[in-house]
Every structure is written in structure tokens, then in C-alpha cells.
Design a protein around this ligand. Structure first.
Ligand SMILES: Nc1ncnc2c1ncn2[C@@H]1O[C@H](COP(=O)(O)OP(=O)(O)O)[C@@H](O)[C@H]1O
Ligand SMILES: O=c1ccn([C@@H]2O[C@H](COP(=O)(O)OP(=O)(O)O)[C@@H](O)[C@H]2O)c(=O)[nH]1
Ligand SMILES: [Mg+2]
Length: 200
């Protein structure tokens, strides 16, 4: 359910899960980028924070995510890149009472992620080495503690992301294939946790 390592392959793997398992992909970063493009009153503030590699306030991102959840009638959705810190998590759970079925952690060494982000070519202003370094520090300080939290709840699924897209997807597919689908009214939230590991 949350983000971490920029370039670990979250968006790439989410697209494949959408194709094979029919989930709806909700990317926190994409929702923020759309908000900036829309020229909304928060747009300039969000733009500046993202370019500094900083996190936007929880109420801003939670509002966008809740709206996106309401707009899809699919029970099954992936939260890509959220929550980023404990405050995000509390704000989301307090408001929605949704808990993830599991949190997937794409485990990738920092140097590999840097290489991928620098060759991503999506025209993102925050994909420069200076901002990437800041994003990694935010990840270590704010997001990593959530890994332990989900691990302690037995919800963490760790995948070695330093392999080819297809090899990573083999592992991801196995996790999704073995997940029991919870019936309504509890909507699913197979949340993607793509957290960089310290341990490599
Ligand atoms: N397993 C992989 N091996 C090599 N390159 C990858 C892999 N997964 C993704 N990429 C590439 O790395 C870049 C970042 O991937 P992306 O899915 O956008 O990561 P994230 O959403 O975690 O930041 C993209 O250019 C993507 O094509
Ligand atoms: O819950 C979130 C998700 C993203 N971001 C901001 O959006 C940027 C890009 O996030 P995204 O998930 O798109 O980056 P990726 O990991 O895919 O490279 C982050 O660095 C943050 O500045 C945020 O503030 N809160
Ligand atoms: Mg992404």
C-alpha cells in the first residue's frame, strides 16, 4: 500500500497486474501530477514539494485518493506509492476504515533504482539526481518505519525487484494468485509497498 524506492518498478508491475488480474491502478504520484496539470489552487504548492522530493500534506493526498476510489466501481484496486509516512496511514485509515489485504515491497538496491529513474524518460522534473537523492532520504526516514509496521501485522510481501520485469512479475503473480479475495462490503486494497531495502 505504499511507496518507497523510486524506480523499483511499482508503476511497471501495477500495469501488469491490471492486465492479468483486472485491478484498478491508483498511483498517488500520478494523482498529484494530474492535480498540478489541472491548475487547481493547490497545484503550485504540490509542484514545488514534488520537485524538492518532499511529501505533500496528508489531507491533500488522501482527498485525491478517496475521490479516485469513489470514482471507480471496481472492488479491487492497487494503491501505488501510498502511504508514504505514518501520518498518511492514519489519515487514510481514519477516514476510510480501509486496510490493505497486503503490502507488496519491491526490494531493489539504491544504485539500480537511480539507474532506472535516470533513464526513465517520462519528462518528470523530479527525476534528476539531486531530487532523487532527497526522495531516497525521505523514504528512509518516513516510509521505512511503515515496512516494520506491516511486517509486524503479517501483511508484508517482499519481492526481489533487482531482476528483469518478467522475473519480478513471476513473483508478483504468485502473490496475487494465492491471495484470497475478500468479499464486499470490505473493498479490497491490495496495496503496493515498494520500499527500498537497507540490507543490500
Ligand atoms: N525489473 C526492471 N528491470 C529494468 N528496468 C525496469 C524494471 N522495472 C521497471 N523498469 C524501468 O525502470 C523505470 C522506473 O520504473 P517505474 O515502474 O516507473 O518505477 P516506480 O514507479 O517504482 O518509480 C522505467 O523506465 C521502467 O521501464
Ligand atoms: O503519497 C504520496 C505520493 C507521492 N508524493 C509525492 O510525489 C512524488 C512522486 O511520487 P511517485 O510515487 O510518482 O514516485 P515514484 O516512486 O514512482 O518514482 C514523491 O517524491 C512525493 O513528492 C507525496 O507527496 N505523497
Ligand atoms: Mg511510479
Amino acid at each position: 500500500m505504499y511507496s518507497g524506492g523510486p524506480g523499483s518498478g511499482k508503476g511497471t508491475q501495477c500495469s501488469k497486474i491490471v492486465q492479468e488480474f483486472g485491478y484498478t491502478h491508483l498511483s498517488a504520484g500520478d494523482l498529484l501530477r494530474d492535480e498540478v496539470k489541472s491548475g487547481s489552487e493547490n497545484g503550485a504548492m504540490i509542484h514545488d514539494l514534488m520537485n524538492e522530493g518532499k511529501l505533500v500534506a496528508s489531507d491533500v493526498i488522501v482527498r485525491l485518493i478517496v475521490k479516485a476510489i469513489q470514482e471507480t466501481d471496481n472492488d479491487k484496486f492497487l494503491l501505488d506509492g501510498f502511504p508514504r509516512n505514518e501520518d498518511n496511514l492514519k489519515a487514510f485509515e481514519n477516514l476510510t476504515k480501509i486496510e490493505p489485504d497486503f503490502v507488496l515491497y519491491l526490494d531493489c538496491p539504491e544504485e539500480e533504482m537511480i539507474k532506472r529513474v535516470l533513464s526513465r524518460n517520462q519528462g518528470r522534473e523530479d527525476d534528476n539526481i539531486e531530487t532523487i537523492r532527497k526522495r531516497f532520504r525521505v523514504f528512509e526516514e518516513s516510509t521505512l518505519p511503515l515496512v516494520d509496521y506491516y511486517a509486524s501485522k503479517g501483511k508484508l510481501r517482499r519481492v526481489d525487484a533487482a531482476r528483469s520485469v518478467e522475473e519480478v512479475f513471476e513473483s508478483v503473480r504468485a502473490i496475487f494468485s494465492s491471495t484470497e479475495v475478500r468479499p464486499r462490503p470490505d473493498r479490497h486494497c491490495n496495496c503496493f509497498s515498494f520500499l527500498r531495502s537497507f540490507c543490500r
